[in-house]
Structures are given as C-alpha cells and as structure tokens.
Design a protein around this ligand. Structure first.
Ligand code: ZN
Length: 171
C-alpha cells in the first residue's frame, strides 16, 4: 500500500491560515505534521511520500503518478470568530469515509480536541485523486487553545494519523 501525504498550501507561495496574534502559519504546521506522519509510516513499513504543490491539480497529478492507494491532505482550520475549535476530516467516497472515521477516532482518542466529525466535502483534491482520499483539518490555528495543541502536540497528531492508516488497512 502506498500513501501520498500532502501538507496543504505552499511554503513560499501560500501560507494558508495565519494566527493573527502569533503569526503561526498553517503551511508550516502542515509540513511538520506530514513529515512526522511519513516517518511513522515508514517505521511500520508503509510505503509513502510527502508532496506539496501550489496548484491543486499538481497535487492530484503527483498523487496519481505515484499511484497512491491512500491520499491524506493535512491542513489547519480557521474561522472569522477565532472561537471555533476542534478536528474534522473530509471525504467524498465510501472508503474515504472509512479512512476519515479512522483518523477522527485516533485523533480524538489521543488528543484533548473537540470531535467535529468526518464530513462529506466537495473538495477538489478529494474529487481529482484516484486514491482513497481524505483532508484532515487538525485544529483551528486562529484559536489560541487549539494553536497551543498544534504547537505542543503535533507529534501526537502525526502518530494518530499514522495509526489510522494501519487501522484502515486491517478494517
Ligand atoms: Zn488549509
């Protein structure tokens, strides 16, 4: 099984959401998490790669060229109120829903985050990848409590995502 891990946005061209107080950028947290997920998957013998591209079609092309079985895009959420908190995972297909459920369940089991659930989402990268695809919003980067979770516990998020891939394999 091959897993394509996509940290959302682009390190030089698209920061994603930014915490208005601290300046922490979604793209940096996503990259840190993706590289940890890669390390933990490789450690248990799951073939995987990390790919980040600015254009959404480039992300999908790379995942499809890699012939990924699973596609996991990693993001942080944001909300105009800066009050929203929690973790949610998007899918479009039946198997995507299975993987999204594994991710939600592993993350909320190992972190003190709010479970916003697995959600059917009409997202470009989910529709144009041939792999079983999900997009996980780890937590809200613009909420100070969620931000501290992201900064202090990114390793736990990564371990949870890696475990969810192995859960999905055996379920
Ligand atoms: Zn994002």
């Amino acid at each position: 099984m091959k897993v394509f891990i996509n940290p959302g946005h682009h390190v030089t061209l698209d920061s994603g959401a930014v915490n208005p107080v601290t300046g922490d950028r979604e793209v940096d947290i996503a990259i840190e998490c993706a590289e940890l997920v890669e390390r933990y998957l490789l450690a248990v013998g799951v073939e995987c790669t990390v790919g980040q591209y600015n254009e959404l079609y480039e992300i999908c092309d790379a995942s499809n060229a890699y012939e990924a079985d699973l596609f996991v895009s990693i993001h942080c959420n944001a909300c105009v109120s800066h009050q929203a908190r929690g973790t949610e995972t998007y899918y479009t297909s039946y198997n995507g829903q299975r993987l999204a459920n594994c991710i939600q369940s592993q993350i909320v089991r190992s972190l003190p985050t709010i479970d916003r659930g697995a959600k059917n989402g009409n997202l470009y990268v989910l529709k144009h990848t041939e792999a079983v695809a999900v997009l996980v919003e780890l937590a809200f980067i613009d909420n100070m409590e969620d931000l501290s979770l992201l900064k202090n516990s990114i390793d736990d998020f990564a371990r949870a995502i890696a475990r969810s891939v192995t859960d999905y394999q055996i379920s």
